[in-house]
Design a protein around this ligand. Structure first.
Ligand code: IPE
Length: 256
């Protein structure tokens, strides 16, 4: 089984609220289908989640009642994005089930306190592809928190020990510095965990910690012995290549 994270920066236009990139989603799911593998899919929220969550300051937890509307709006918006992803999975005959983080995760002070992966277990053993996503969830200390899709990927990886974990992003892979800021950033092809940089904050609005947190999660997965790939979803054929072990541009963080 392979755990795939469809980054919000690829499947949405991260700068425009609620703007979906339907053609990209369609092609990515087609590449996934063509690979013939078995998957768990987690997708990000992109502009469907980060922008309303930032507007209502949801990452600060429940401070005032007006944020409840933001909670409702963010969850609703992320569900809309999820239903688009589910529609494309249906189109390509990949029987899937959407599993909402609100129903299987509880946080405490922004950290996952409890997570119940039994529905993923059931789905996978039946041949269904489980699909989850970054969303707002309840937090026993703060009222609510934002749970990023990357956190879900981490727990799926540690629990299911997949053959590999693939992060589909809007970059060719991992660089030694933020390539959006530094033109001479060096591309990392095959790296060990100790060779990974400590990333700078992402330049886009990102209420879940940006690249810094992602690299931290990648390190934890690779330290558990699982290979982690970071690949550009905007480039045709790269996701298919990574899934089927072909030679394409990507970063591989070697599991150790
Ligand atoms: C963010 O999830 C969830 C919300 C902002 C509600 P992710 O952190 O997984 O989303 P992307 O991939 O960065 O867009």
């Amino acid at each position: 089984m392979i755990v795939i994270k469809l980054g919000g920066s690829v499947i949405t236009d991260k700068r425009t609220e609620g703007k979906i990139r339907k053609r990209i989603i369609d092609r990515l799911i087609w590449e996934i289908k063509k690979s013939g593998e078995k998957f768990s899919i987690v997708h990000g929220a992109g502009s469907f989640g980060h922008i309303p969550a930032e507007r209502y300051q949801l990452h600060r937890g429940l401070k005032e009642r007006s944020q409840l509307e933001g909670f409702h709006l963010t969850h609703h918006s992320v569900r809309l994005l999820n239903s688009e992803v589910m529609k494309v999975l249906l189109k390509y005959h990949i029987p899937s089930v959407s599993i909402s983080p609100l129903c299987f995760i509880e946080m405490r002070d922004r950290r996952i306190e409890s997570i119940d992966l039994s529905k993923f277990d059931k789905a996978l053993s039946m041949g269904l592809t489980p699909v989850s996503f970054g969303d707002v969830v309840f937090d026993s200390k703060r009222g609510f928190s934002i749970c990023s899709g990357d956190d879900i990927v981490l727990h799926l990886a540690l629990h299911f020990k997949p053959d590999k974990v693939v992060f589909i992003m809007d970059e060719d892979g991992i660089f030694d510095r933020d390539p959006k800021k530094y033109r001479n950033a060096k591309f990392l092809k095959d790296v060990r965990v100790d060779e990974l940089p400590s990333a700078e904050k992402s330049s886009y609005i990102d209420v879940t910690g940006g690249m810094r947190k992602k690299i931290d999660i990648i390190k934890r997965i690779a330290n558990d012995g699982i290979d982690v790939y970071v690949v550009n979803g905007n480039k045709i054929g790269r996701v298919y290549g990574v899934l089927t072990g072909k030679k394409v541009k990507r970063t591989r963080v070697i599991g150790c």
